[in-house]
Design a protein around this ligand. Structure first.
Ligand SMILES: Cc1ncc(COP(=O)(O)O)c(C=O)c1O
Length: 369
């Protein structure tokens, strides 16, 4: 075989998913491990989603509804949009991919922050687009430098709001001021994967931005993977002007959201109890963990999400490894340039205590402080 791999593909570093629990247990010969690394919902899927999915199993010999009719309608209704302003994806990841496929051609520029969600740059690279990367300042998107980085060939700007990994939001007034200065030819993608966890006064009025922004185009990406507990099903959605949705339909696969995913997401959307409990328990867990981590001498950073950064005052990857040996999976932020920080996802009440016990032991073993 003599297959030439194009340079833009050869140089992609594959996305590093959080270590699966089964793999950890096999490798380290342990059991009962916990994962607080991938910002999932630790309380499981919405019970209503499980019931609905069970009821849909007999129909798996049929292709799913390629238009995701019922889920699209339900989302449009929820936001006061029309169905033509909503697009569904195999996770919001797929919508990132569709946006790049539809609007970025070889050599076109896409602006992202560093660090931010890793997939933006990989997808742009896969498309032979040009990544323009603007470092965060004070762990926040540097909107002024992003504006200064825009050129005639800039097509997209990805802003995760709140940012992953820092958990920091963009203040709505700053966002508004920023958007008013972005040229009309540029599309600003607000990746709102964690929007559900934000304080309401920090959430922007996305419908008005999509419909009334007079300058650049604005897109919101949201997901069922976090607050709705359906990461394993892979369902995300985009809210955007209908002309953009029409372009995305041209580049997506015909049955991109599978039947169980559509059924489960629709039921989860209507499971208000589960959703509200998740938000409340996440907030309580976050406050508790941050307080306890600080008591151990670490520094926890504020977050508007279901995860937060902790400075452990020592090598982050060594801490990650030490925690693995205790059966607790977290994320080292060393690859993101935060050499002494780890990222922790809020767990169940028991998981949070287990994490704290393991952290106490590891801080001692590694003599951090
Ligand atoms: C900021 C951000 N955007 C998008 C995603 C992808 O989410 P999904 O599961 O909907 O593909 C993630 C997942 O962790 C994320 O952190």
């Amino acid at each position: 075989m003599k297959i030439q791999v194009p340079e833009n593909i050869a140089s992609i570093i594959p996305y590093p998913p959080g270590k699966p629990l089964e793999e950890l247990e096999r490798e380290y010969g342990i059991s009962d491990s916990i994962k607080m690394a991938s910002n999932e919902n630790p309380w499981g899927p919405s019970p209503k989603a499980i019931t609905a999915i069970r009821g849909a199993l007999d129909n798996l010999h049929r292709y799913p509804d390629g238009s995701c009719y019922h889920l699209t309608q339900a989302l449009a209704e929820r936001y006061g949009l029309v169905a033509e302003e909503v697009v569904l994806g195999n996770g919001s990841n797929e919508i990132i991919e569709m946006l790049v496929k539809a609007f970025v051609q070889t050599g076109d520029e896409v602006i992202t922050s560093h660090p931010s969600f890793l997939m933006y740059q990989k997808i742009v690279q896969g498309r032979a687009g040009m990544n323009k990367v603007v470092p965060l300042v004070g762990m926040q998107h540097d909107l002024a430098t992003i504006l200064a980085t825009i050129t005639d060939t800039t097509r997209l700007i990805f802003l995760d709001n709140p940012n992953n990994p820092t958990g920091n939001p963009i203040h709505p007034t700053e966002l508004q001021a920023f958007l008013s200065r972005v040229p009309e030819s540029v599309l600003v993608v607000l990746d709102e994967a964690y929007v559900d966890f934000m304080d309401s006064e920090l959430q922007c009025d996305i419908v008005s931005l999509i419909r009334n922004n007079t300058g650049c185009g604005v897109v919101s990406l949201r997901t069922f993977s976090k607050a709705y507990g359906l990461a394993g099903l892979r369902v995300g959605y985009g809210l955007m002007p209908s002309s953009l949705v029409a372009s995305l339909h041209k580049v997506r696969q015909p049955f991109n959201v599978n039947q169980l995913a559509q059924t489960g997401a629709l039921a989860a959307l209507q499971d208000e109890d589960f959703y509200q409990q998740t938000l409340q328990r996440t907030r309580t867990g976050l406050n508790y963990l941050q307080g306890e981590v600080n008591k151990l001498g670490c520094i926890s950073y504020p977050s508007q999400t279901n995860f937060f950064l902790v400075d452990v005052h020592g090598d982050a990857t060594a801490m990650y490894e030490a925690m693995l040996h205790k059966g607790v999976i977290i994320r080292s932020m060393k690859p993101y340039g935060y050499t002494t920080m780890v990222r922790i996802t809020v767990g169940t009440e028991e998981e949070n205590d287990r994490f704290l016990r393991a952290l106490t032991l590891c801080l001692g073993e590694l003599a951090y402080g």
